[in-house]
Structure formats: structure tokens, C-alpha cells
Design a protein around this ligand. Structure first.
Ligand code: FPP
Length: 248
């Protein structure tokens, strides 16, 4: 990743503060070229680098990338191994660059299923970058929204049982504060590439009012122009949060 120049404020309508992306289509990208799926994932990593730079240049302040879902553990062992290798490589090779650019890294998901080595790399990266405030990069790894919400329900039940929380005090904020994403604003925009139109267990609570944009582009082909187009489409949407135009 090349060093980023401090980004001047972007003129025009406000850009989404937080964009979340379901990076889909690596396998198909490789298949159409007669390459192994892992080649698609490697190309996908280049798109990750490009997208972080583009998001910052466009004035976005938080970017969540769905790197590996709870369900991805069901893929053939060889593919899981190569995805884990790629993530390890990313965590080793990119962190100092992210740090130099004032980027704070957060990793969300079930760490119990990740190798000790990856967990150590994540912890180091999070500690190194925790005070950076130019931009937050959130990588979802071994992440599933239903699992996250189930864990929150258990934690709330335990707090009630231990007498630390009143039953009547349970509200939306109680849940929000116990999510992996605690402290991070909800995504304004969720993008999924590759033409699939579903959320696949990604940020289900956090995306309650997000605008959803589905692009045909396969993730390895994703460029700054695609991100700009998605932001332009976001600006055309009318976000009413359940109110009417008159009542806002
Ligand atoms: C979905 O495409 C993509 C993934 C499961 C992995 C995403 C991983 C990367 C982009 C590599 C680097 C990531 C980070 C965060 C450094 P798919 O394999 O399901 O594609 P298909 O639907 O065409 O088969």
C-alpha cells in the first residue's frame, strides 16, 4: 500500500461515514480465467488495498470488509488453508503501512476458531493501531451475525442472572454495546459485489437502516470508480429511517 497523503475534505453531499462490503466473486473471477480459486483470492487482496486507499480519498471514515464468514469454514480444507495463509500474509505485511497512514484496525468475529498465530497477529495489529483516528478498517473474520447476536443474548442473560443488569433496563443500546462493533457507527451503506443479492449473515443488526447496493462487478475487478458509483447511488437514495418526508 502506498503512503496516503492527508485527505482534504471532499466537497459535495456528505459521503457515507461507514461503508461495509461483502467482497464476493473471487472464485468466479478465477474460474473464468481457468485459474485456481486461490488466484481469485490473491487478486481480491489487491482489491482490498485499492479500496482502502479509495475509501479514504473519498472521505469515508470507516470501512468494514467481510473477509471470512462463520460459514466459510465449510469450504474445502485446501481453500480454507490458503485463505488463512493470505490473511496471515496481509496481517504481517500491511500493518505497518496501515499504521503509518493513521489507520486503526479492528477485527470482528469468533477468534476461538482462528489459529493462535493469527490471533496473536490480530492482537498486535490492534494494539499498534488503536490510537489512530484518521480511518477505521474493520475486518470481519470467522464472523457471523447470528452467532454474534446469540453471544450478546447470552452475555445479557448472564448479567441479569448475576444481578448486574435489571430486566427492565434491557434496550437496543444494551445490545449495541455488546456487539463486536461496539463504538463503531453503524454502516450507512452496504455493498455486495458479484451480482448476488443477499446479506449472508453480515452485520444484520448494524445494517438495519443501511442502504444496500448490489454490483455485478466481481470483487477482484472492484475499483475506485465502482466505489464512487456506489456513493453516487447512495446520494440518490432517500433515507427516512421509518419517518415520512413530511414528518422528518
Ligand atoms: C468471496 O468470494 C470471498 C471470500 C470468501 C474471501 C474474501 C477474501 C479476500 C478478498 C482476500 C483478502 C482479504 C482480506 C481481508 C485481507 P467467493 O470465493 O465466494 O467467490 P465465488 O462466489 O465467485 O465463488
Amino acid at each position: 500500500m502506498t503512503a496516503l497523503i492527508p485527505c482534504p475534505p471532499v466537497p459535495g453531499p456528505p459521503v457515507p461515514r461507514h461503508i461495509a462490503i461483502i467482497m464476493d466473486g473471487n472464485g468466479r473471477w478465477a474460474k473464468t480465467r481457468g485459474l485456481p480459486r486461490t488466484a481469485g483470492h490473491r487478486k481480491g487482496m489487491e482489491a482490498v488495498r485499492r479500496t482502502i486507499i479509495a475509501a479514504r480519498e473519498l472521505g469515508v471514515t470507516a470501512l468494514t470488509l467481510y473477509g471470512f464468514s462463520s460459514e466459510n469454514w465449510r469450504r474445502p480444507e485446501s481453500e480454507v488453508t490458503s485463505l488463512m495463509q493470505l490473511l496471515r500474509f496481509y496481517l504481517r505485511s500491511e500493518i505497518s503501512e496501515l499504521h503509518k497512514n493513521g489507520i486503526c484496525l479492528r477485527v470482528i468475529g469468533d477468534r476461538a476458531r482462528l489459529s493462535e498465530e493469527i490471533v496473536t497477529l490480530i492482537e498486535r495489529a490492534e494494539t499498534l493501531t488503536r490510537d489512530n483516528d484518521a480511518f477505521t478498517l474493520i475486518i470481519a473474520l470467522s464472523y457471523g451475525s447470528r452467532q454474534e447476536l446469540t453471544a450478546v443474548a447470552c452475555r445479557i442473560a448472564e448479567a441479569v442472572k448475576a444481578g448486574l443488569l435489571e430486566l427492565g433496563a434491557i434496550d437496543e443500546q444494551c445490545v449495541t454495546d455488546r456487539l463486536f462493533t461496539a463504538g463503531i457507527p453503524d454502516p450507512d451503506l452496504v455493498i455486495r459485489t458479484s451480482g448476488e443479492m443477499r446479506l449472508s449473515n453480515f452485520l444484520l443488526w448494524q445494517s438495519a437502516y443501511a442502504e444496500l447496493i448490489f454490483l455485478d462487478t466481481l470483487w477482484p475487478d472492484f475499483t475506485k470508480r465502482d466505489l464512487e458509483n456506489a456513493i453516487e447511488e447512495f446520494h440518490r437514495r432517500d433515507r427516512r429511517y421509518g419517518a415520512t418526508v413530511e414528518s422528518r
